[in-house]
Design a protein around this ligand. Structure first.
Ligand SMILES: [Zn+2]
Length: 337
């Protein structure tokens, strides 16, 4: 007897779900609760059942009766709500709604903000400058003389002979030092431009974060300590840095810094191209000519500067292989982060 009652209960639920208007609901009510309905039949069977079975069976039938009555009442409320709101009859306002589409920060914004936070923690403040720059701030004041071959590596988009889209965030160093006396401790995040043939590892626009620390007695030891601390906070406490000599016009000496591959720990893997090290950033001690250009006395102050590519940091941390993905605005890519 019990399985029959359970079967009836599940059939009722199915039928209830299919009810689309009040007339169908009334028909369903009559089929179950009417004088000749399914429940009435069960009560008749109860009368014929053995005395020992009756209490349990009676309890089960009453439970079913309650399920049916409550189901009908809930559906009736839902249907009349549809009628009042002029909603389609099949609409059930008691069902959970569709999740609203929630936005999130772009992966590059998230990485940039994380990097800024790390440097804030070391006492750096944020400075910004224009993306449309003059030749003077982008090149000359940073010790790139006109017609010097070092400009070849930073071809850009020119508005005219004097005005261009900045190729790095380094002009912010010059603008900031022109208007603030030493000591200076800033990071300058922002978008930069290069006249590049776009491919998986080159973009014509990307983000950098410039760092600058100037004071009496700043040494290359301070530079290495600062960048090592940054690498450990960004890549994890086991991160190691190595510095390779390099050339930048606006620093002397200059270096490129590599981080020990966070994936293989130096043994060599796909992410580090088998070398065990990943190229991280460029850095160096501020060139005396840059100090002279902004009116600082290179005999009294020294300083270091560094430039971090934000796309590169994100690509290395998340294993992203194509820089173009950042700008394609494909939510399937963006929603992963
Ligand atoms: Zn590796």
């Amino acid at each position: 007897m019990q399985p029959e009652i359970e079967h009836l209960a599940s059939r009722f639920r199915e039928e209830l779900a299919g009810v689309a208007d009040e007339r169908a609901l009334e028909e369903l009510r009559i089929r179950y609760l009417g004088r000749k309905g399914a429940l009435a039949g069960l009560f008749q069977d109860l009368g014929k059942a053995a005395a020992a079975e009756r209490p349990a069976m009676g309890k089960a039938i009453h439970a079913l009766e309650q399920v049916v009555a409550e189901g009908l009442a809930a559906r009736k409320t839902a249907l009349s709500a549809c009628a009042e709101e002029r909603l389609p009859a099949g609409f059930d306002p008691s069902l959970p709604g569709r999740r609203p589409w929630r936005g999130r920060r772009h992966i590059l914004s998230a990485v940039l903000e994380e990097i800024i936070d790390i440097f804030r923690g070391m006492g750096f403040s944020v400075a910004e400058g224009p993306e449309v720059e003059t030749d003077y701030y982008n090149f000359q004041a940073l010790n790139f003389p006109a017609n010097h071959p070092s400009r070849d590596s930073q071809d850009t988009f020119y508005v005219d002979d004097e005005v261009l889209l900045r190729t790095h965030t380094s002009p912010v160093q010059v603008r900031y030092m022109e208007t603030h006396p030493a000591p200076v401790r800033i990071v300058a995040p922002g978008r930069v431009y290069r006249n590049e043939a776009v491919d998986a590892s080159h973009a014509a626009e990307f983000f950098q974060l410039e760092g600058l620390y100037v004071d009496a007695g700043v040494t290359i030891g301070d530079l290495k300590t600062t960048l090592r601390q940054f690498a450990r906070e960004f890549f994890g406490p086991r991160a190691e840095l190595r510095f390779r000599p390099h050339f930048f016009p606006f620093t002397e000496p200059s270096a490129e810094a590599d981080v020990l591959c966070f994936n293989c720990g130096g043994e060599g893997c796909r992410i580090c191209g088998g070398t065990g090290w990943i190229e991280l950033l460029g850095a160096g001690m501020v060139h005396p000519n840059v100090f002279r250009a902004v009116g600082y006395d290179p005999e009294r102050v020294t300083g270091f500067a560094f430039g971090i590519g934000i796309e590169r940091m994100a690509m290395q941390r998340y294993g992203i292989e194509d820089i173009r993905l950042f700008l394609e605005n494909d939510v399937r890519f963006l929603s992963q982060f």
